[in-house]
Every structure is written in C-alpha cells, then in structure tokens.
Design a protein around this ligand. Structure first.
Ligand code: NAP
Length: 369
C-alpha cells in the first residue's frame, strides 16, 4: 500500500475531500498519514479510520514527509511555498497533489481535471511528471460544464461574469459573512415583525450598521452582506484581477490548447455561503441551434445538466443553494444574443468545493493508486 500524507484536511477543501474519500472507500487502498500545522500530536478526529495512523504528524517535519509516496495538500499556497521546493531539493521523488494555486504556472506541473484532460494527465505521468495541481474553482467548473463545446473546438471566445461564494476565499471569510449576518440581524430583529415599521427605515438602520466602526470586516475589508465586491485577488498589470487572469491561463493550460482561446471577464464576490455561479457570453465559431448546443454540452459528461430556459426550472434548479453539496453541474439560460448570430448567453452553477476543488484531487490520487 502507498503511504499518502494529508495536509490541510481540516480546512474546507480538505474536509470535503476527506468526506468524498470516505464515501467512496478510497482509504481502504492506502496507508493514510494525517499532518497538521497547528495541532501536532493530537488524535485524528475520524472515527471511521480507526485502523489508520492515529496521531497527527507535524506538517513541517521533512524527515517524515520525505518518506511518503504521495502528498496531498489543501493547506494553501504559503505552506506549499515553504515545503515543496525544499522537499524536492533534498531529493524527494514522490507525487505531490495540491489544491493551492502557487504551482499551477510552473512548466513541469499539470492542472488536473480528468474528465476534461485525462489524456494529457496520462501522457505527462508517462513522461515522469510528479506534480499535479487542482485548477481555479471557476475555471474547473466552467470547463466541466462547457467541455462539450471546447472538445468540439466550437468556442471562439468567452466573457464570463462570476458570482462567487464567500467560502471560495477560505474558512475565515465564510465565518465573517455569518458574523456580518448576525450583526445586522441583532440590530433590526425587534423591527422586522412589526408590520407598521416602514421598510425603508429598516434599510436605513442596516446601512448605518454596515458603516459602523464595529462592523465585522477584518477579512473582506468591507461589508459583503447586503452588498457585493467586484474584485477578487490581487491586481495584475493589465487591469485584470488575478482571479480574472486565471480564466484564460488555466483554461488553456488544462486543455493544452495550441492556439490560445481568449477568456476574460469580471469576477465578483457575493454574499452566498457556498457554490459559485457564472454568467457566460460565448462567441461560437458556428451559428448552431439551441438544441444542437444543448446536445453537445449534455453529451460530454454525466454531471452536466441542462436546465430548460423557463422561470420555474431556472429558479428551482439553477441556483447556488440548489447545487451546494452536489456534483451536478446545472447550466441554463441558453439563448442566442441580439449582438451577433454566433453569440450565446449561458448561466451555470456548481459547488466550488467539489468539482471546483476537492473532486479533481481525489480522482488524481485514485489514478496514482
Ligand atoms: P481553509 O478552509 O481556510 O483551510 C486552510 C487551513 O486553515 C486548514 O487546513 C487549517 O490548517 C487552517 N484553519 C485555521 N482555522 C481553521 C478553521 N476554523 N477551520 C478549518 N481550518 C482552519 O482553506 P480552503 O478554502 O480549504 O483552501 C485551501 C486551499 O485550496 C487554498 O490554497 C485555496 O486557494 C484552494 N482552493 C480553495 C477553494 C475554495 O473554494 N475554498 C477552491 C479551490 C482551491 P491546520 O489544521 O493545519 O491548522
């Protein structure tokens, strides 16, 4: 059995990964060793894994790390930056699987999304590549959903507007959104059941609270609740944010495209807790019928689900709350645009902790095993 080290299993991506692995009984086929950056020596909390190594190991112990066959980390880029290069430098030849973004741009790494790029993964494995990284959440969700169109070489360009959940930024941010909800609720709870209260008075009270100095916003810097933030990650030289920059770079790296497919957009953080949504404007290379487009999208993989372009289907099945916790990838609002006969709109939702993060890593580990 391969010795597999898990780092970052306590975080959001990590805990979703562990749950999926338990559900699929993946731990039956590996010797799992759990590491921590903060709780060294404590017992592992998974009662179902009683026969496995019980104590948490130190995630900075190179001696133990260097004995592992495979390391899978969901700890984040800072950890990877501190450990990965040093481990390789001291001669570690194992496989490294990572949820963080920092290694995605390196030449000798592969961004994994096997339903889309299995052949590339297989080819690079045979060439001796040993570092595999999960893609950016919105990129992976977009590719899984639109893979049929990419695969048939139908896409000329894509413009995407994202609606990204607080959890996409990490546990601390998600927690802060809940604190913001609580803070607002406490200030108006005595008013909301009183039908004589003018709703604009409540709105004013909420706005005042949002601007108060004690409002919980250490992480987001501004209120997210009752608002949105049209900026994710740092600024690039061309005016994009890093999150927007990843759209084109990662899409083309995952597809191993020989001619760049232009992808651009605006990435927006919204006040949902889990699951991302994306609105696409897509220019196709051909003027296809809606029916044809739906068939092409539908036939690529079993997770993508076409949602009919009507009110009831859309409000029930094309929302982040509907898709949370599911592997399904609903896509709807598919229609031709007035702008150009080859331009179409589409809207998709997907759980960014599943296909957007943990699931491609789990499947990569399974491929190695
Ligand atoms: P996270 O939830 O913030 O967890 C990262 C680490 O923070 C944990 O492993 C844990 O390490 C520590 N931690 C501190 N306080 C915690 C708490 N209250 N609950 C849980 N963990 C806590 O980060 P993440 O969102 O899973 O992201 C991990 C990596 O995946 C990042 O590089 C991120 O960019 C990438 N990623 C995230 C998403 C997403 O949707 N969130 C999607 C794709 C990729 P110790 O146990 O060692 O203290």
């Amino acid at each position: 059995m391969k010795d597999v080290g898990f780092i970052g299993w306590r975080g959001m991506v990590g805990s979703v990964l562990i749950n999926r692995m338990m559900k699929k009984r993946d731990f039956d086929n590996i010797n799992a060793i759990f590491f921590t950056t903060s709780q060294y020596g404590k017992s592992i909390p998974f009662t179902d894994l009683k026969n496995k190594n019980m104590k948490l190991q130190d995630a900075y112990n190179f001696e133990i790390l260097s004995q592992l066959d495979i390391i899978i980390t969901c700890q984040g880029s800072n950890y990877t930056n501190k450990i990965y290069y040093k481990l390789r430098k001291i001669g570690w030849k194992g496989y490294w699987i990572d949820a963080a973004s920092i290694l995605r741009t390196l030449k000798n790494t592969i961004i994994v999304l096997d339903p889309v790029n299995f052949k590339l993964i297989e080819q690079k494995l045979n060439m001796g590549i040993k570092t595999f990284v999960g893609g950016n959440c919105t990129v992976s969700l977009m590719l899984m959903t639109l893979a049929g169109l990419f695969y048939n070489n139908l896409i000329e360009w894509i413009f995407v507007s994202t609606y990204q959940a607080a959890s996409g930024a990490g546990a601390k941010f998600m927690q802060e959104l809940v604190f913001q909800m609580k803070y607002i609720y406490k200030s108006i709870s005595h008013l909301i059941n009183d039908s004589s209260t003018n709703i604009l008075d409540i709105e004013k009270k909420i706005s005042n609270k949002m601007n108060s100095t004690n409002f919980p916003k250490n992480n987001f810097k501004v209120p997210l609740i009752n608002s949105l933030i049209p900026w994710i990650d740092k600024k690039m030289d061309n005016g994009q944010t890093k999150e927007e920059w990843k759209g084109q770079f990662e899409t083309n790296k995952i597809l191993n495209a020989n001619k760049i497919i232009p992808v651009d957009g605006i990435c927006v953080r919204i006040a949902t807790l889990r699951s991302h949504s994306q609105s696409f404007t897509i220019k196709l290379k051909k003027n296809l019928s809606i029916n044809n487009i739906e068939n092409i999208i539908n036939s690529h993989n079993k997770w993508v689900k076409i949602i009919s372009n009507d009110f009831n289907s859309t409000i029930n099945y094309l929302t982040p709350s509907f898709v949370s916790g599911k592997l399904d990838l609903p896509i709807g609002r598919i229609k031709k645009l007035n702008i150009d006969k080859n331009c179409f709109s589409m809207f998709s939702v997907g759980d960014q902790l599943l296909w957007g993060a943990a699931e491609p890593l789990r499947r990569m580990l399974k491929l190695l095993i």
